[in-house]
Design a protein around this ligand. Structure first.
Ligand code: INI
Length: 159
């Protein structure tokens, strides 16, 4: 028998897609920068003109799942990373958006068999979101690592 675990070192042949919500782009832009930094420092060519990463911008987090599913269905990608920022306001809008995005991203991965990374930051305030998008740490880096680990793991499991 065996133990399977994804690594972060065999990255040169990976193909990734990153879907980014433009809503709260002060935050999502920083998440994207953290994500690219993590990928780059693990050997991934993050240049949009290069062969490894495609980028797709959508209006907001609510639109992320349908695009993530479409990308995953193409069979072109080892993982799809979803980046968004849902920040609680004065209305219940937050709850609707956050719940649907979480369900939709889970469904996109489950239906296609491609790892779809849940990089949607949910926060009560802009300050809280900023702290997780670069002021203290940058969750974008973690999402990059999650994608590399899952992409490598799935390749191992398919052999
Ligand atoms: N989209 C976000 O990504 N974050 C939010 O905090 C947010 N709020 O709170 O409204 C948000 N709304 C837009 C939504 O994602 C859709 O783009 C819009 O409803 C059109 O479908």
């Amino acid at each position: 028998m065996a133990v399977f675990e994804g690594n972060f070192t065999q990255t040169e042949s990976l193909r990734l897609a990153i879907v980014i919500g433009r809503f709260n782009d002060l935050i999502t832009g920083k998440l994207l920068a953290g994500c690219q930094d993590g990928l780059k420092r693990h050997g991934v060519d993050v240049d949009p003109e290069g062969a490894q990463v495609d980028y797709v911008w959508v209006p907001g987090s609510f639109e992320v799942p349908v695009v993530a599913r479409q990308l995953a269905m193409t069979d072109r990608y080892d993982a799809v990373i979803c980046l968004g920022a849902v920040i609680r306001g004065q209305t219940p809008h937050f709850d609707y958006v956050a719940a649907e995005v979480a369900k939709g991203i889970a469904a996109a991965g489950f239906q296609t068999g491609v790892p779809v990374i849940f990089g949607i930051l949910t926060a009560d305030t802009m300050q809280q979101a900023l702290e997780r998008a670069g002021i203290k740490s940058n969750k974008g880096w973690d999402y990059a690592m999650n994608a590399l680990e899952m992409a490598n793991l799935m390749r191992q499991l398919k052999k």
